[in-house]
Design a protein around this ligand. Structure first.
Ligand SMILES: Cc1ncc(COP(=O)(O)O)c(C=O)c1O
Length: 357
């Protein structure tokens, strides 16, 4: 008989540690439940439905203006393009594990001919010295908060302030990849507007901690966002109607924004459980948001069969996939949402007893 895959076993679990639940059509149906069907749809970036949401998020981020995009990938390439054009310099700087560098098929280089300078090494955050010793002039520095590929680590707020001041003094635009900005507010104990005031442009996502279907906002001053609308059109991102994404973004934003502290506290509790197991550790040791990575001193295949057995016995799914780091080790990513607190504590304890064994 064919062996069950980790993904199959995960899908059959009653409870899942990560996320808000299954990403099925119900997510959209729920968001539409109380929406008046007579409401007019948005049309090529115009109309009440899109404009009101843009204004609401701009205000929340403390920015003059905001534009709704179908994806963060599109929004951020455009942001960097605008800053490069403004300075007449096709160079930007970001972390070597930035989303643009490793998940976008080189869109920035192929579509915009922009050269990235990679700061810091892969295992750590960008620090002030990296910025000061960059060696080359750049039009824009992009900071990703939290740095997802190293477990969602965060620099301290003083570092952010120093980098921001340095960039302003050196006429380098500072862009925030805030795919998980809402999720880090409890760590910094700052408002989104306070954090965003350090940056010239900001991107936020509505399908990560917020749990919508897809969608992003790019915010900044009005000259910048007006220019971004032109690029959105050029990229084919100016869909005739984006309302399914806007309505769900708005719905889940209202529903989950105030839960970020809960997710953060749950993440710290759960990371502590993992760290009590021999051969298992989290990165960072204490999470800085709702997300963290779990590293296992065990070959990927062995861990997968162990996890499948645990899922079948406890009905709790930890992860649907594991990534190899060496022949003897692997890791997975955890992002806490609404699902974690539903899991009965006794069942969770049983899961960790099994994991320890
Ligand atoms: C840090 C970061 N930046 C940007 C993106 C791009 O977002 P989108 O999937 O909307 O293109 C992601 C998506 O996972 C991300 O994690």
């Amino acid at each position: 008989m064919r062996k069950k895959s980790l993904l199959e076993a995960f899908k059959q679990t009653q409870y899942q540690i990560s996320g808000h639940g299954r990403r099925n059509i119900q997510v959209l149906k729920e968001a539409l439940l109380n929406i008046d069907g007579q409401q007019e749809s948005d049309l090529y970036g115009k109309g009440k439905i899109i404009e009101e949401f843009q204004t609401k998020v701009a205000k929340f981020l403390g920015k003059e203006s905001a534009v709704f995009f179908p994806s963060g990938t599109m929004a951020q390439q455009i942001a960097l393009r605008i800053w490069c054009d403004e300075k007449g310099l096709n160079k930007v700087a970001y972390h070597p594990l930035s989303h643009l560098e490793i998940h976008e098929e080189d869109g920035l280089k192929k579509l915009h001919n922009i050269e990235p300078i990679l700061l810091a090494d892969k295992k750590r955050l960008i620090v002030m010295e990296d910025v000061m010793n960059m060696g080359k002039d750049v039009a824009c520095l992009l900071l990703e908060l939290p740095q997802r590929e190293i477990g969602g680590q965060l620099p301290d707020y003083k570092t952010l302030e120093s980098i921001s001041t340095y960039c302003r003094e050196h006429h380098i635009k500072l862009h925030l990849d805030g795919a998980r900005l809402f999720e880090i507010l409890p760590y910094y104990k700052k408002s989104a507007a306070e954090i965003c005031s350090l940056f010239d442009s900001v991107y936020v996502s509505f399908y990560k901690g917020i749990g919508g279907i897809a969608g992003a906002i790019l915010a900044g001053d009005e000259t910048f966002t007006e220019e971004s609308k032109i690029w959105k059109r050029r990229h084919g991102g100016d869909l005739i109607s984006l309302y399914p994404y806007i309505i769900s973004s708005n719905f889940y934003f209202d529903q989950r924004l105030n839960k970020m502290n809960e997710y953060y506290e749950d993440a710290k509790e759960l990371a502590n459980f993992f760290n009590q197991c021999q051969g298992i550790s989290t990165n960072p040791l204490v999470p800085a948001s709702n997300m963290f990575h779990v590293h296992f001193d065990m070959p990927k295949e062995k861990l997968e069969s162990t996890l499948i057995a645990i899922y079948e016995k406890t009905g709790i799914g930890i992860t649907s996939y594991v990534k190899e780091t060496s022949v003897k080790s692997c890791y997975c990513e955890i992002s806490i949402g609404d699902q974690y607190c539903i899991i009965p504590k006794d069942e969770l304890r049983r899961l960790f007893e099994m994991l320890i064994k």
